[in-house]
Every structure is written in structure tokens, then in C-alpha cells.
Design a binder for this molecule. Structure first.
Ligand SMILES: NC(=O)c1ccc[n+]([C@@H]2O[C@H](COP(=O)([O-])OP(=O)(O)OC[C@H]3O[C@@H](n4cnc5c(N)ncnc54)[C@H](OP(=O)(O)O)[C@@H]3O)[C@@H](O)[C@H]2O)c1
Length: 339
């Protein structure tokens, strides 16, 4: 485990919640978002799936219910993008968080969906306009991240400089980079990004583990996304699972690769225990067990999925048994997945 700045403030979990009933609040374990001065819940609600852009349509009303339930459960960190649903995800957050002035919204900028086809833009003038539009749509100053820039777009310094200025002026609460690989994340740290977002899960550690020391040294807040590897790690798919055409997963894995990945889930099974009952819980707790992570950005597409994840995050550390966790790299390697 990486020593980090995690602060656990488990305040209350009702017996009803522990026993699977509905509680009106309770999930208030928080961690520092690096040096931003923000305290955030260790689960953040991501909204890509709710926007319908990623996995297929979700009725607006259902997306609203998921956000509302997250608020009830005590989640205070919400992750979105101006591109999700062409701004609709930000609008939903604005409405559902109206009575939660302390909630922190992390949005992402850098995709111009008004142009046809959509294109990436990281020029300062466009970023300033995009930040103002997002702040208005959200009804609050967000934390804004560059959305999947290249390493060279980050290293150039213009885009990061623009967001840093917006943060200094109060248009943004803080800024950072959502990185698609370790090189981009490295460039973001070199540019002094206070917040970094990367894909991180039990099958994909390559964007984070090589940067462990650098992130700790920089004191950057770290958001971990895709903690279930787009659903794979929940361990609920048949070996011949087929995805609809509009689902991004139809392009992600070839048939044989998906079959292999499902077989590799066997490496996670030794981590299931009397307190960690499902592979989904293993996957989520794997991410939370890393002290470097400020918040795991979960992607439920229904209230039921949200409640499962909130419940299975557990009562706090230790999230997983250290001995079983230590064996995971070898177990995965035996099944053909080297970290
Ligand atoms: N570049 C970026 O900045 C970037 C990229 C990716 C994601 N993100 C953010 O991170 C968030 C999460 O990313 P992700 O979608 O990759 O997350 P994920 O958690 O790895 O995958 C989400 C999928 O997992 C399945 N799932 C969720 N809860 C479940 C549950 N309780 N039981 C079983 N399956 C469950 C759902 O699949 P089914 O739909 O099949 O039920 C859902 O669509 C996104 O919403 C987005 O906000 C950002």
C-alpha cells in the first residue's frame, strides 16, 4: 500500500443500510482531494453512463433518480463532462444538487461537440468559454479537468495555464487533467496539475502504478475511474456476452479477448471473503485500498447498481486482506495478465 493522505471519517451507517434496507444517509467517508483543500467522498458518481453516450440510452428521469439517490447516500463528489449528453449531464447535476451547495462537481473540458464531427480543443480561448458555459450550466464553480488531452497538448502549457488562471480567478475551484495513459498523467504532474484522473482497476494498473511516487510527491488529488473495467470486473457476464452496437464495449474487446478477460476474473476470487462477498466488491475495494486514490469514480446506470456499490464499498479499511492482495499480481500473471 502507498502511504497517502487518506482520511477516513466513517460517521454513521444505519443498521438498515448494513442489512440491505434503504437508508437516507450514511456514506460520508471522505478523503482529501490532494492539496486542493477539498474534502470529498471516497465514492464519486460518474455520469458518462447516465448520459446515454456510453452504454446506451438512459431515460433522463432515471438518471435524475440516480443522482438524487447518491445525494441521499451522502456522496459529495460528482464527475461529468461538458460533452456528456452535450451538456445534459451537467444540467441534471445542477438540478439535483441545487440543495447541496457543498457538493463538488468535477467536469471535463476539451471536446467541441458543436463542430461536426466533434473535435478536441485545448486552446485557451475555447477553454475559457467552455469553463464559463459549464459553470453556468452547473450553477456552481466546478473543478475542471482537460478531457483526454495528448501529452504534448499538456506539455505545451497553454491549456494547463488557462485552467490554472481560471482557478486562481475563482471561475474554477481547482483544475487538472483526465489522462488516457501514463505519459499524459506524467505530463500533467510536471505541469503542476492539482488533480489527476486515470483509469485504474484490478486489471489495469499501468496508468497509475508507475507514477505512484510522483503522485505522492506532488500531493495531487487522484480520481480513479473505470473501477469495474466497464462492468467486466463485476463478474456477472456470460462468456459469450454480446454488446449492442451503441454500447462502447462492442468496440472494446474482440470476442476471444473478452472470453480471456472473463476467465482471468478467477484471479480475483481468492479476495472474496466473509466480508467481501462479490467480485464487484473486490474490484471496488481494490481501488479504495490504494491510499493514493482520493475517490473512486463509479459508473452505476441505475439506483440499484449505485446502492450495491455504496454498500459493497464496506465500512472502511482494511478493504481487502493484505495477504490475498499481495498474491494478486502472481495470480493474474498465471492467467496471462501481467501488470
Ligand atoms: N476520459 C475520461 O475522463 C473518462 C473515461 C471513462 C469514464 N469516465 C468517468 O468515470 C465514470 C465511470 O467510468 P466507467 O463507466 O468506465 O465505470 P465502470 O464502473 O468501470 O463501468 C460502468 C459499468 O459497470 C457496470 N456496473 C455499474 N455498477 C454495477 C453494479 N452495481 N453491478 C454490476 N455492474 C455494474 C454497468 O454496466 P451495464 O451498463 O452493463 O450494467 C456500467 O455501465 C464514468 O461515468 C465517467 O464519468 C471518465
Amino acid at each position: 500500500m502507498v502511504p497517502g493522505a487518506a482520511i477516513f471519517a466513517w460517521e454513521r451507517t444505519s443498521a438498515a443500510w448494513l442489512h440491505g434496507g434503504r437508508a437516507t444517509s450514511g456514506l460520508v467517508r471522505t478523503r482529501s482531494l490532494g492539496k486542493t483543500g477539498l474534502e470529498v467522498t471516497e465514492l464519486a458518481l460518474g455520469t458518462w453512463g447516465l448520459s446515454g453516450d456510453a452504454y446506451g440510452p438512459v431515460a433522463r428521469e432515471d438518471a435524475e433518480k440516480v443522482v438524487a439517490r447518491a445525494v441521499e447516500l451522502g456522496v459529495t463528489l460528482f464527475e461529468t463532462s461538458d460533452a456528456y449528453g452535450r451538456g445534459a449531464a451537467e444540467e441534471i447535476l445542477c438540478a439535483q444538487l441545487a440543495a447541496s451547495p457543498d457538493a463538488v462537481v468535477v467536469t471535463k473540458l476539451g471536446t467541441d461537440r458543436a463542430s461536426e464531427p466533434a473535435r478536441k480543443r485545448f486552446d485557451p480561448a475555447w477553454l475559457r468559454e467552455a469553463a464559463a458555459r459549464s459553470a453556468e450550466r452547473l450553477g456552481r464553480a466546478p473543478v475542471a479537468l482537460l478531457h483526454n488531452p495528448t501529452a504534448s497538448a499538456v506539455s505545451l502549457g497553454e491549456a494547463t495555464g488557462a485552467l490554472a488562471e481560471l482557478a486562481a480567478s475563482g471561475t474554477l475551484r481547482s483544475w487538472g487533467v483526465s489522462a488516457g495513459d501514463a505519459d499524459v498523467a506524467r505530463a500533467a504532474l510536471a505541469a503542476g496539475a492539482p488533480v489527476l484522473e486515470v483509469a485504474y482497476n484490478a486489471f489495469h494498473v499501468a496508468d497509475l502504478h508507475p507514477l505512484t511516487a510522483a503522485i505522492a510527491e506532488a500531493g495531487a488529488g487522484l480520481l480513479a475511474r473505470s473501477v469495474l473495467a466497464h462492468g467486466l470486473l463485476a463478474g456477472m457476464w456470460r462468456i459469450d456476452r454480446v454488446f449492442a452496437e451503441h454500447d462502447h464495449r462492442s468496440q472494446r474487446w474482440a470476442k476471444d479477448e473478452l472470453r480471456t478477460r472473463i476467465m482471468q476474473l478467477g484471479a480475483l476470487r481468492p479476495l472474496v471473503s466473509k466480508d467481501v462477498l462479490t467480485l464487484r466488491a473486490v474490484a471496488l475495494r481494490f481501488v479504495l485500498a490504494n491510499d493514493l486514490v482520493s475517490s473512486a469514480v463509479i459508473g452505476p446506470r441505475s439506483v440499484m447498481q449505485l446502492e450495491q456499490l455504496a454498500r459493497e464499498a464496506g465500512k472502511g479499511p482494511p478493504y481487502l486482506l493484505d495477504a490475498a492482495l499481495a498474491r494478486l499480481p502472481d495470480d493474474l500473471e498465471r492467467l496471462g495478465l501481467a501488470w
